[in-house]
Design a protein around this ligand. Structure first.
Ligand SMILES: [Zn+2]
Length: 174
């Protein structure tokens, strides 16, 4: 990747980082998520302490916590991408080692995976598989392993025959 493109991507990463830091600041600032719990309680009691209000406050709070977690995760990914830039490994897929297409990097500058590997990982990370499905998957894996063993056996059988044939064949020596 040439320097001009790399610089553009670095700018995109820095832009993204600034925005994310603002989100974190907004969420954790005074009266925010990480101020002492009793302070949040006092604020609550200053208003009408209706259970429904409390419920929606809790809902807002857990939503914000989710957002904060996701934002911090994204910031870590950006830092990783910046490290990769410094190390000269930026734009290389961590899954298959192939180069990540530039359009993808421009769309998601912090990505470390090509589209295919990303999809694969998302499928692996998907919700817990039911036990039955897991058992079935193992069974299929065993079947594949069995086939591979079979092929391997065929191969070595052929090799043995070939060795026998060539070492006793005068035509091969000529
Ligand atoms: Zn890949």
């Amino acid at each position: 990747m040439d320097q001009v493109r790399l610089r553009r991507l670095r700018e995109l990463l820095e832009e993204e980082k600034r925005e994310l830091l603002q989100v974190v600041e907004g969420l954790t600032g005074p009266g925010g998520l990480e101020s002492p719990a009793d302070e949040a309680d006092r604020e609550l009691s200053a208003y009408d302490n209706h259970p429904a209000d409390y419920g929606s406050q809790m809902y807002e709070r857990s939503k914000d916590l989710g957002l904060l977690q996701a934002t911090r995760q994204h910031l870590l990914e950006i830092e990783e991408a910046e490290k990769a830039m410094a190390a000269g490994t930026y734009g290389i897929c961590q899954g298959c080692g192939g180069s990540i297409p530039e359009e993808r990097l421009l769309a998601v500058p912090s990505t470390r995976f090509c589209v295919d590997c990303k999809k694969e990982r998302e499928q692996e990370d998907a919700a817990e598989r039911p036990v039955e499905e897991e058992a079935l998957r193992r069974q299929v894996d065993d079947e594949i392993a069995g086939k591979l063993d079979y092929m391997f056996d065929q191969d070595s059988a052929w090799e043995e025959v070939a060795q026998f044939g060539t070492s006793n064949s005068p035509a091969e020596e000529a």
